[in-house]
Design a protein around this ligand. Structure first.
Ligand SMILES: O=C(CO)[C@@H](O)[C@H](O)COP(=O)(O)O
Ligand SMILES: [Co+2]
Length: 216
């Protein structure tokens, strides 16, 4: 089970401090939300931030690319030091080739689907995938309400993984907190993104402990 705090809710003026803080709290991944103002109605950061964070943390950099035609940027994120690069099925007509390109660039390849997108839309690329991300909110912003109806897709993709003998991780992203995390685990997820729940708190350590408790 892996926790992946999303720096979208961190203090951007003290980003290095906020990254080191969650690392010291014992999380496994760091989730970096890249938004282009086109695929989603918000602009956040780019590969320059990944490059700046790479030397200051040993955490696995889990980059969630919410950009149109993500294949344009694969080399940039590899050069910046991303470990996992996750791209949206909805953002490219060349999903298969893009996932191959991510692996060839030396990163783990992730594929992500929005709440309205069915698991069947990624069935032909699962063999090329190291991580499947099921969005549990509509992408674009932190702090939204968890959409429990998305969990049936977690179960569906976990079943396919078992039937086909694949070994990809299953990540959930959006509205994850101490209450929703157990249902995510029960559905079959093993990587949990949490942004506002961790960072918008007086004690992120207590929130991380509460998430771990929810996973027991
Ligand atoms: O990708 C996204 C939003 O598009 C997420 O990674 C959010 O940053 C998660 O934030 P919370 O829902 O945990 O506040
Ligand atoms: Co995300």
């Amino acid at each position: 089970m892996k926790l992946s705090p999303s720096i979208l809710s961190a203090d951007f003026a003290n980003l290095a401090r906020d990254v080191k803080m969650v690392e010291e709290c014992g999380v496994e991944y760091l989730h970096i939300d890249i938004m282009d103002g086109q695929f989603v109605p918000n602009i956040t950061m780019g590969d320059n931030v990944v490059k700046a964070l790479r030397p200051i943390t040993k955490l696995t950099l889990d980059v969630h690319l919410m950009v149109v035609n993500p294949e344009r940027f694969i080399e940039d994120y590899a050069n910046a030091g991303a470990d996992i690069l996750t791209i949206h099925q909805e953002a490219t007509p060349h999903l298969h080739g893009a996932l191959q390109k991510i692996r060839n660039a030396g990163m783990k390849a992730g594929v992500v689907i929005n709440p309205a997108t069915p698991v069947s839309s990624i069935q032909h690329v699962l063999h090329l995938t190291d991580q499947v991300l099921i969005m549990t909110v509509n992408p674009g912003f932190g702090g939204q309400t968890f959409l429990s109806e998305c969990l049936e897709k977690v179960t569906e993709v976990a079943k396919i993984r078992e039937e086909k003998g694949y070994s990809f991780d299953i990540e959930v992203d959006g509205g994850v907190d101490d209450k929703t995390i157990s249902a995510c685990k029960k559905a079959g997820a093993n990587v949990f993104v949490a942004g506002s729940y961790i960072y918008n708190a007086k004690s992120p350590q207590e929130r991380i402990n509460a998430l771990r408790e929810g996973l027991r």
